[in-house]
Design a protein around this ligand. Structure first.
Ligand code: TMP
Length: 208
């Protein structure tokens, strides 16, 4: 059986990733491709435990490097227990955020250091990488306002516009550096318009 494909969505707050990840799963289903949607931080019970430490509480509760390592701890669980087994069954996996978020948020916007985050990524991931990353790009002034969060998950939302501008620049830098893997999607339009751009990029990448 063929290994499934690994697709990731990344981008700033309120870029519509979660909605679009589910739409893409439905479109793939319509094309006869079985896919699951999962998310980071999270995606397995233990990784969801770690998520709680990251998304709630005071903005400054962690050293940037601690925070990067917590994201990678959650990711280690997620890859081992959810992503890899699904891919090996031939199922496509759509992850709502993955390693690019750690580079953009902790490595670039928070100053854990690009090189340090890249070294952790190399140690944990080796050559495991998404087949396609959809980077949803939206002005943080629009995005942070769009986001509605429940359960006190507002730690990152509370970090201020300047921070979120750095995150956006970080994602644009990542997308520009890896044009083979990443597609930068203008996420300022309607859900249907953005969904159309995402399907076009996916169909093009995989010849669907
Ligand atoms: P969400 O907005 O997709 O639910 O993700 C929760 C928050 O976690 C979001 O504000 C971005 C942040 N995050 C990081 O800072 N680094 C990471 O590596 C990941 C996966 C998420």
């Amino acid at each position: 059986m063929n290994r499934g494909r690994f697709l990731t969505f990344d981008g700033g707050e309120g870029s519509g990733k979660t909605t679009q990840a589910h739409r893409l799963r439905e479109r793939l289903d319509g094309a006869g491709i079985e896919a699951i949607v999962t998310r980071e931080p999270g995606g397995t019970p233990r990784a969801e435990d770690i998520r709680k430490l990251l998304v709630s509480g005071e903005a400054g509760r962690w050293q940037p490097l601690t925070e990067a390592l917590l994201h990678y701890a959650a990711r280690t669980e997620h890859i081992a227990l959810s992503i890899r087994p699904a891919l090996e069954r031939g199922v496509w996996v759509i992850s709502d955020r993955f390693a690019d978020s750690t580079m953009a948020y902790q490595g670039i916007a928070m100053d854990a250091g690009r090189d340090t985050v890249a070294a952790v990524a190399a140690a944990v991931l080796g050559d495991f990488a998404p087949d396609l990353t959809l980077v949803l790009d939206v002005d943080p002034e629009t995005g942070v306002g769009r986001e509605t969060r429940e359960g006190g998950e507002d730690r990152y939302g509370s970090m201020g516009l300047e921070f979120h501008r750095k995150v956006r620049d970080g994602f644009r830098e990542i997308a520009a550096a890896e044009p083979e893997r990443c597609r930068l999607i203008d996420a300022s339009g309607t859900v249907d318009a953005v969904g159309g751009l995402i399907w076009a990029a996916t169909a093009d990448r995989f010849g669907l």
